[in-house]
Ligand binder design. Structure first.
Ligand code: ADP
Ligand code: ZN
Length: 345
């Protein structure tokens, strides 16, 4: 499959969808490369990692912390890493975020690459140059902008991915389609089953198209001042739901996307039948579409969102499927919508 070059701040990342992990040695010499992965990846895919030195961290969001980064620094020191060493993160979004941060800060920046192993990380987390760790309960509060030199997406990793993790990534693929590609949306509608079965052509299509959408948007807007905000479709409410109720990222943004679609309908930019199509597609991947009863906790989390500017939120709505628009919504209006939506629709 074709590679994609993404240039940010004068640095180019080569993204390689559908490339075997075996070709990692073309990008970095095994004797001068350190892999960072979590325990699960080491158990499931350790054989592929054997030519490399490995730093293993504990899996899970709870370990995306400065403490974990500290243990990585200690091991980098012990194994006498120098400025010519390449650090490669092999894992999901958490590993990509931690690896990117550790590699950017150690020795003022080592060469870095990712081999994302979840669908979510292949289509989203590994691309765009954001990294970081959580701090005092706030997600990604500490981090940098710095993209890796390469991202190698080997689809065979996805075969060991639990269905819940797959759904997580599919929610992000559906988001990409909704914000800028109605043809991809229709493709997913028609091909749910082959996508779930990880048919190679289907994976190639959804990963390739999602990467194209994300890299196009990111290269047009490097630092989230304008267009990059479109990638946050479903995420303002989604992040709040994730924090308040503790749903997985994909489940939370699934509900967030439905709410944003309903708000778009209320503002007259999305047809009712399209809201129903969106709900039905998410449901066909067993993704939730209804907000639960914890609306107060969700509003609380939205109020604390670090991306909020004053009392207004830059909110992404749809002007038809495949076309995102950024509107300013007052926090009160959003509150009313979250609490009243069901009565309106
Ligand atoms: P993401 O943010 O990309 O969804 P995470 O980094 O949160 O992913 O990882 C989710 C979980 O899935 C972690 O427990 C991780 O160890 C596990 N995991 C990652 N890749 C795979 C894979 N290919 N097969 C099985 N489990 C995986
Ligand atoms: Zn997301």
């Amino acid at each position: 499959m074709k590679s994609i070059d993404l240039s940010i701040a004068g640095k180019t990342c080569i993204i390689l969808p559908g490339t075997s992990f075996d070709s990692l040695n073309k990008f970095c010499a095994p004797d001068n490369t350190v892999i960072i992965c979590d325990k699960n990846i080491r158990i499931l895919h350790g054989d592929k990692l054997s030519p490399y030195r490995i730093i293993e961290v504990e899996p899970g969001e709870g370990h995306k912390t400065l403490e974990t980064v500290n243990t990585i620094y200690e091991q980098l020191l012990t194994i006498e890493t120098d400025r010519s060493t390449t650090i490669v993160g092999v894992g999901g979004g958490i590993i990509c975020d931690i690896t990117g941060f550790a590699a950017t800060t150690y020795l003022r920046g080592l060469a870095c690459g990712f081999a994302p192993t979840t669908l979510l990380a292949q289509v989203d987390a590994s691309v765009g140059g954001k990294n970081g760790v959580n701090y005092h309960g706030y997600k990604n509060l500490i981090g940098t902008f710095n993209q890796p030199g390469f991202v190698l997406c080997d689809f065979s990793f996805l075969r060991t991915l639990p269905y819940d993790e797959l759904r997580n990534g599919i929610a992000e693929v559906i988001k990409s389609a909704l914000i800028s590609d109605s043809t991809l949306f229709e493709y997913i509608e028609k091909n749910c089953k082959v996508i779930i079965s990880l048919n190679n052509d289907a994976v190639e299509r959804i990963v390739g198209d999602s990467l194209k959408i994300k890299t196009d948007i990111v290269s047009r807007d490097e630092k989230e001042s304008g267009e990059r905000r479109k990638l946050n479709f479903g995420h303002t409410i989604g992040h709040a739901i994730e924090k308040a109720i503790g749903l997985r990222h994909g489940e939370a943004i699934s509900i967030g996307m439905v709410l944003a679609a309903k708000l778009s309908e209320m503002r007259g930019t999305l047809a009712r039948e399209d809201v129903l199509r969106i709900e039905s597609l998410l449901t066909s991947f067993n993704l939730p579409t209804e907000i639960g009863s914890d609306r107060d906790a969700i509003m609380d989390a939205i109020r604390k969102d670090k991306k909020r500017e004053g009392t207004d939120i830059h909110f992404v709505l749809l002007n038809g499927i495949g076309n995102a628009i950024i509107e300013t919504i007052g926090i009160t209006e959003l509150e009313e919508a979250i609490f009243d939506l069901r009565q309106h629709l």
